[in-house]
Design a protein around this ligand. Structure first.
Ligand SMILES: C[S@@+](CC[C@H](N)C(=O)[O-])C[C@H]1O[C@@H](n2cnc3c(N)ncnc32)[C@H](O)[C@@H]1O
Length: 251
């Protein structure tokens, strides 16, 4: 199975969990995004990999035109249910792959993508696509899972994430993001690493991680060096985690 099929399979069977997820619906993170981007009412917004629609709905409350794409039908269905529940009717939902966006160049005022880049098999191509569809001077926003800079954390935390969800490709560290962003037509305004915690067992349950893999994840965490462990504290009820938040303007 290719990565896109694994994504569709994993998210297709767990779509409802993502509509109900406290991580994805976290209103502080969504408000933070809106406060940073300050969208104008008539801005045309693209939400990439909308999942159950939390990001698209946050924009639809302040913007007139929102387009939301995702590769997984079942997630789009949950996003439509969530938008009805939020009394929002100004989102156009489309089944599409971020690697080949079905939009013309220089079209959107804002492109946002939350909690999804780590699933993309060719991140460079997807970032180029996001830049292509943005108007010059328009706003670019990414929030994604990340890892602490360092050979051990970059390898082990990604291994752990893939054990939890087989559609995980790679969470980039801040140093890896900085390298990648250099080649894009973007002026970077902010690139911040945000510390958060995943609640357990909720984080495992959301993706239906089996018991064997849960066990292996704790083994990986226990075997981290003392230095890495200081960044990744954990217990049976939580794991420390990090998000990368990138705000940029298209040149
Ligand atoms: C965790 S969910 C996204 C959450 C959502 N953005 C939010 O803010 O709540 C990840 C989504 O990425 C989508 N996805 C993964 N690969 C994709 C691709 N190549 N193109 C479009 N969507 C993709 C999955 O179908 C899934 O719905």
């Amino acid at each position: 199975m290719g990565n896109q099929d694994i994504v569709k399979n994993n998210f297709g069977s767990k779509a409802l969990n993502y509509r109900l997820s406290s991580t994805h619906s976290n209103s502080d993170d969504l408000e933070r995004m809106i406060n940073f981007l300050k969208p104008k009412h008539n801005d045309i917004v693209l939400d990439i990999a909308t999942g159950a629609g939390h990001t698209a709905i946050a924009f639809a409350k302040v913007n007139s035109n929102v387009v939301a794409i995702d590769i997984t039908k079942e997630m789009l269905l949950q996003a439509q249910i969530a938008s009805k529940q939020a009394s929002v009717d100004n989102i156009e939902f489309l089944e599409a792959d971020v690697h080949n966006l079905p939009f013309r160049d220089n079209f959107f005022d804002i492109v946002a993508c939350r909690f999804a880049v780590h699933h993309f098999y060719n991140v460079q191509k997807t970032l180029k696509e996001m830049c292509r569809v943005l108007k010059p001077e328009a706003k670019f926003y990414i929030l994604d899972c990340s890892v602490i800079d360092g050979d051990e954390t970059e390898m082990v935390i990604n291994r752990l994430e893939a054990l939890r969800d087989s559609s995980h490709v790679y969470s980039l560290s801040k140093r890896q993001w900085i390298k990648l962003l250099k080649d894009l037509p973007l002026e970077i305004k902010n690139i911040d690493l945000l510390k958060r915690q995943y609640k357990l067992p909720e984080w495992f349950d959301r993706m239906g991680t089996n018991n064997d893999n849960r066990q292996k994840i704790f083994e990986l965490l226990n075997n981290l060096s003392e230095n890495s462990k200081s960044f990744y504290q954990f217990s049976q009820t939580f794991i420390d985690t990090y998000y990368i938040e990138i705000i940029a303007k298209k040149l």
